[in-house]
Design a binder for this molecule. Structure first.
Ligand SMILES: Cc1cc2nc3c(=O)[nH]c(=O)nc-3n(C[C@H](O)[C@H](O)[C@H](O)COP(=O)(O)OP(=O)(O)OC[C@H]3O[C@@H](n4cnc5c(N)ncnc54)[C@H](O)[C@@H]3O)c2cc1C
Length: 289
């Protein structure tokens, strides 16, 4: 077995050069809450670990440009949860980040790591998907921006090339009124991964977007443009029919956390709750601003 190379570069160029040198044999170390667990269990056996904590251009800042926000790759969940403007504008993302692990985990776990780990059950991904987030990647052939929707290819697999680093996440502005909510189901209270999770956003044009997690190999985004789900006066039967049409696009499996049938049933139950909260937040949007 060859020795593990541990690198702690201070510039983006150096980090990318090491990633390029080792190719798929290199692993990026951010907060380490996923990587180190998998490393210890020997589920990953990298040739090189590239610790990005000292890379100058990997920011831990949350930067606003008008109503658009860019979240640096080093921003941890705790920082996100405490940011007043994020709390006001993106409560669904804050709710999701607040469910990740424990206080200790949230102090280390980054939003970028939650994305790059590409777990189908990653909690912050559904809100980012319904908000239309994009990710900025930098590699040896330059930088690019790509929508988060489409970034996930399979469990643990993204469209990120081995020599690329995710440097930031951007959420575009949303026209008022806008409301979003997050919900999840776990087997127990406390630290547990989601059996299912989801986010819902209702935009100014009354389009309703849901993103579902843990009900397929990757999180999925579905949209209802009929207006039925944005209208809180429709009958329960009409609302459920519209929700079921979206849920039909998921493909839950049975595993240690839940059976496929239970997941499908709970998608409707949690979906109703999340939709109602998004409708309420949309109604309150102007008051919050
Ligand atoms: C006890 C415990 C409880 C947890 N509970 C939850 C939970 O409830 N919900 C949930 O969603 N997750 C949970 N997690 C998983 C984990 O905490 C999150 O996924 C976390 O956000 C990962 O971020 P990190 O910075 O620690 O990533 P790391 O572990 O450093 O990295 C994760 C993966 O992403 C890659 N990566 C990280 N940053 C970059 C980057 N900038 N560019 C390219 N690749 C990168 C790494 O190479 C690695 O493959 C839990 C973990 C533990 C140990």
């Amino acid at each position: 077995m060859s020795a593990l190379h541990y690198a702690r570069p201070e510039s983006l160029a150096d980090a990318i050069a090491i990633l390029e040198q080792y190719g798929p044999g290199a692993r990026v170390l951010n907060g380490g809450t996923d990587l180190m667990v998998r490393f210890q269990k020997m589920q990953v056996t990298p040739e090189a670990i590239v610790d990005i904590k000292r890379v100058r251009d990997m920011s831990d800042a949350i930067v606003w440009d008008g109503d658009s926000v860019t979240i640096g790759a080093r921003v941890v969940m705790t920082r996100l949860i405490r940011d007043e403007r994020i709390r006001r504008r993106y409560p669904a993302l804050v709710d999701a980040a607040s469910t990740v692990g424990s206080i200790q985990i949230r102090n280390r776990a980054t939003l970028a790591g939650n994305i790059c780990n590409a777990s189908p059950a990653a909690d912050t991904v559904p809100p980012l998907l319904v908000h239309g987030a994009t990710v900025q990647l930098v590699g040896s052939s330059g930088s690019r921006e790509t929508p988060l929707d489409g970034f996930f290819l399979a469990p643990g697999k993204t469209a990120r090339a081995p020599d690329e680093l995710l440097v930031s996440i951007t959420i575009p502005p949303h026209r008022s009124p806008y409301g979003a909510a997050f919900g999840r189901l776990t087997r127990r209270h406390g630290v547990d991964l989601a059996s299912i999770n989801m986010a819902c956003a209702i935009d100014a044009e009354r389009a309703v977007t849901f993103a579902f997690g843990a009900v397929g190999p990757t999180p999925i985004t579905v949209k209802d443009t009929s207006g039925a789900l944005a209208d809180h006066t429709v009958s329960d039967a009409q609302r459920d029919a519209a929700l079921q049409a979206l849920i039909a696009r998921t493909s839950p499996i049975s595993d240690v956390r839940a059976s496929a049938a239970y997941r499908s049933a709970m998608l409707l139950v949690i979906g109703r709750r999340v939709l109602a909260q998004a409708q309420q937040r949309r109604a309150d949007f102007d008051a919050r601003e």
